[in-house]
Write a protein that binds this ligand. Structure first.
Ligand code: ATP
Ligand code: SF4
Ligand code: MG
Length: 343
């Protein structure tokens, strides 16, 4: 079996707007390891959600996948390129919610207000599995129990509005997991919740991942969450992955100046639930992406004549476990070791 459950190669997603074609995702390469937790991290607007939506083909007009492939290697069955499946392919319906579950950034919109939690869970189960109503109900009760909902046999008959925000988010997670998907995608699953509940939900995702062996993709602003939960991390900037590797390597020895900046702005690696203070300067808009390395206007290590010309740097293996898209990563490492060169 392939070690990777998903392999994204040279993914391009564009939005056609009055200002022209905006490249929201521009050549993303990303592996999601089977049975592990992979995190995508980066400032707002860098393309985290667009990348994850592409996996389930949820990009809507005026957006479209303009190139690249998203290979899915299921636990059982044949591999498929999700990027090239027709919109109405039966396989896509089977995969959505059945083999790949998703927790959206806006969880409250994921539940129907007019149906009980039980009806929604049972409908999801019966859409993907040929089992009767009673069996679906007991599976739904079991999943509500697993996500930490007390008295699930009673709660199952409640409507979402009868529950607290934290409980509703647990229901959303139960919805995503009830069909025992191969892959769980969680896009900022806790932004709408208070800090204590955030920590509980993150713990829950981690526990369920180790109990059920689900391969998980977590999208977050928060490097604290990455440090505590994830095995692998991809750092995104302006629609590109700029650094990628194991959390241990990247957090201990970040090599891309953007990752270094993100880590420097983190108050404490053990403090979960905080938003990242921004790095000096602002993220340019997609219709004014700087030439050369897109990070150069904000990069304390940028070299005029090198970093601000030509095409964006391609990722390079460092030989230390990660890949880095920076022309000067070796010099940057040296300058940091010598304590010079950064503002
Ligand atoms: N429907 C749309 N039309 C035009 N541009 C869009 C559309 N949806 C997203 N974009 C652009 O694509 C880029 C990436 O957006 P995306 O939602 O993936 O960011 P993100 O990294 O998830 O940010 P956040 O952390 O705020 O959720 C942004 O610049 C955004 O403005
Ligand atoms: S290529 Fe240059 S501008 Fe870009 S991150 Fe590296 S040093 Fe900074
Ligand atoms: Mg997002």
């Amino acid at each position: 079996m392939n070690d990777n459950v998903l392999e994204i190669r040279n993914l391009q997603v564009v939005f056609s707007t009055e200002e022209g074609e905006l490249r929201a995702v521009d050549g993303v390469n990303l592996d999601i390891r089977r049975g592990r937790i992979t995190a995508i991290v980066g400032e707002s607007g860098c393309g985290k959600s667009v990348t994850s939506f592409s996996i389930l083909r949820l990009i809507q007009s005026p957006g479209r996948i303009a190139g690249g492939s998203i290979l899915y290697h299921p636990r059982n069955g044949e591999s498929v390129d999700l990027a090239s499946l027709p919109e109405d392919a039966d396989r896509l319906y089977d995969i959505r919610g059945g083999q790949i579950g998703m927790i959206f950034q806006e969880p409250m919109t994921a539940l129907s207000p007019v149906h009980t939690v039980g009806n929604q869970l049972c409908e999801a189960i019966r859409l993907h599995h040929n089992i009767d109503r009673d069996a679906a109900r007991s599976r739904a009760i079991d999943m509500l129990g697993r996500v930490g909902i007390p008295s699930p046999e009673k709660r199952i008959d409640q409507y979402p509005f009868e529950m607290s925000g934290g409980m509703r988010q647990r229901v959303v997670i139960a919805m995503a997991l009830v069909c025992h998907p191969d892959v769980l995608i969680a896009d900022e699953p806790t932004t709408a919740l208070d800090v204590t509940i955030q920590a509980q939900i993150m713990r829950l995702i981690k526990d369920l991942q180790s109990d059920l062996g689900t391969s998980t993709l977590i999208i977050t602003h928060d490097l604290g969450v990455v440090g505590q939960l994830a095995d692998e991390v991809a750092v995104m900037y302006l629609g590109r992955v700029v650094e990628q590797g194991s959390v241990r390597d990247v957090m201990k020895r970040p090599r891309h100046p953007y990752t270094i900046g993100l880590l420097k702005s983190l108050p404490s690696l053990t403090t979960a639930g905080r938003r990242l203070p921004s790095i000096e300067g602002t993220v340019p808009s997609l219709n004014a992406i700087p030439p050369g390395c897109p990070f150069h206007p904000r990069c304390p290590f940028a070299r005029p004549g090198l970093c601000d010309v030509g095409s964006p740097p391609e990722p390079e293996e460092t030989g230390e476990g990660q890949s880095v898209a920076c022309l000067r990563w070796k010099d940057v490492a040296k300058e940091i070791a010598e304590g010079v060169g950064h503002r």
